[in-house]
Design a protein. Structure first.
Length: 479
């Protein structure tokens, strides 16, 4: 349903996608800070409006209150361009919506991923012209809006930038699914990374390719993606529009998914459905008294609310004795954890100078922990005695897309106050970490052990860990 390279765009499928996306961007755009928009479906910047769009927009222009409601948000953002005889692509529409919503307080970060230099050059000219018009507002430059155009595969470009933290939530990513079954694995890895990093994802299933030839996503690929998304246990909704004409006059079906790792998306769905009913009703589709629209199917993705992850959190706190228990850390525990971490590093530094900490290390650690404890791929466990933190364990999920085991767990740090050792606190922390890893479907756990820390080596050997990699170091200063 993405805008095609044909001279015209604005079929029912295009309008469906743009209505949903514009509502989502309005819903998500923050009051201040940064907002990222990642576009892996970049095509023509502006085209002539298709007959479908022209018939709707003319009607809206002549009688915007025909259904006793305000004009469609999509019409609001397309109106100026349409009056000039053009139709904004989804990419430029997103820029227009976000600019209208940022209210001079949000810095936009937009990354457009092209699969060919020719496409990049064509879009670049129109992007430059469009941003130059917006830059006439003196507030534009003060917020340091940034636009990136990259030639390459979105599964590689976006995966790297999101995983390394270059692109950060809040944000939206618009993607098309792969067209061959073998490419589903890296695409699902990208979806997982985006959703774990709190991006919303709009997945647009194309009805035709840029050459206008017939190109549908196979049922096998759709089913693979559907089952892969279900395993992620995220919130999602699918929109499917039957029997509309594409730019070549074929009767086709279009589909679009919206996915999020957030717990609640109902307010946005209700608003978006209201606008879709108005839009499709304006195009002549029958809308029932109950709000059902002829040819439009909307389904929520099933989500296990009582899955393994929920079971793990429900069983906490886990008692070791009547006065000592393991539980999730919260922000009130961070200063205690930082003090324990400093003691951990000092004990290691006494064995090997590689572990000498920087004077400001606690500041960086505090900032990182505050961010990490809110992430679904990180966990911080503490053992408390009468509300005092006496031990901690931190763990995370790592990804290795080049290896057979693409996801694995890592125990990062463990520390127990000396007077509380050999009381099963360490083994209980580790067992709780195992439960968390298993709840997320992981079967492999790694950790690092300092070579000279014989006590730690014995402890982890008792836990069943075996070495498979040695890290060596050498000083190469001039002698």
């Amino acid at each position: 349903m993405s805008v095609s390279w044909e001279k015209k765009a604005g079929t029912e499928g295009d309008l469906l996608q743009q209505s949903i996306l514009s509502d989502l961007l309005v819903h998500l755009c923050p009051e201040d800070g940064n907002f990222w928009f990642l576009d892996g479906c970049v095509q023509a910047g502006k085209t002539r409006p298709h007959e479908t769009a022209r018939s709707l927009f003319v009607k809206m222009d002549e009688d915007p209150l025909s259904q006793e409601v305000e004009p469609l948000p999509l019409w609001h953002f397309q109106k100026e361009t349409f009056e000039e005889g053009e139709f904004l692509s989804t990419s430029l529409l997103a820029l227009h919506v976000l600019w209208k919503q940022c209210l001079h307080r949000v810095s936009l970060r937009m990354m457009f991923c092209h699969d060919a230099f020719a496409a990049s050059n064509d879009f670049s000219e129109q992007l430059f012209h469009h941003t130059r018009q917006l830059s006439e507002d003196t507030q534009w430059s003060t917020h340091r809006h940034q636009f990136y155009q990259v030639v390459g595969r979105p599964t590689e470009i976006f995966q790297e930038n999101v995983y390394l933290g270059v692109a950060r939530a809040p944000g939206v990513a618009v993607l098309e699914p792969p067209d061959i079954h073998e490419e589903c694995a890296p695409f699902l890895l990208l979806l997982e990374t985006l959703l774990n990093r709190r991006f919303w994802v709009v997945l647009a299933f194309p009805t035709h390719d840029k050459s206008g030839k017939k190109r549908y996503i196979s049922n096998a690929i759709r089913e693979t993606l559907y089952q892969g998304v279900r395993k992620l246990e995220v919130n999602g909704v699918t929109f499917q529009l039957d029997s509309f004409l594409d730019v070549n006059g074929r009767n086709v079906t279009g589909e679009l998914w919206v996915l999020t790792g957030e717990d609640e998306m109902t307010p946005w769905i209700d608003q978006s459905l209201g606008h879709l009913r108005q839009l499709l009703g304006g195009l002549g589709r029958e809308v029932s008294v109950d709000g059902d629209v002829d040819g439009l199917r909307v389904n929520r993705l099933p989500r296990k609310t009582e899955g393994k992850v929920s079971s793990f959190f429900r069983q906490l706190p886990a008692e070791i004795t009547t006065s000592v228990a393991v539980d999730l850390a919260d922000e009130d525990d961070l200063e205690d954890v930082i003090r324990l971490w400093e003691r951990l590093m000092d004990e290691h530094a006494a064995i090997d100078p590689h572990f000498q900490r920087r004077p400001l290390a606690r500041l960086y650690l505090r900032r990182n922990l505050r961010t990490q404890i809110a992430q679904p791929d990180f966990i911080l466990l503490v053992a408390r005695w009468r509300h005092r933190v006496i031990a901690f364990l931190s763990a995370q999920i790592l990804r290795a897309p080049l290896f057979q085991e693409t996801r694995f767990g890592q125990i990062v740090d463990v520390y127990i106050l000396p007077e509380w050792r050999k009381q099963k606190i360490g083994s209980t922390l580790v067992q709780q970490a195992y439960l968390w890893f298993r709840s997320l479907g992981l079967t492999h756990v790694d950790l690092n052990i300092a070579v000279e820390n014989m006590r730690a080596e014995q402890f982890w050997k008792k836990q069943g860990f075996k070495p498979y990699l040695y890290v060596s170091s050498r000083n190469i200063e001039e002698e």
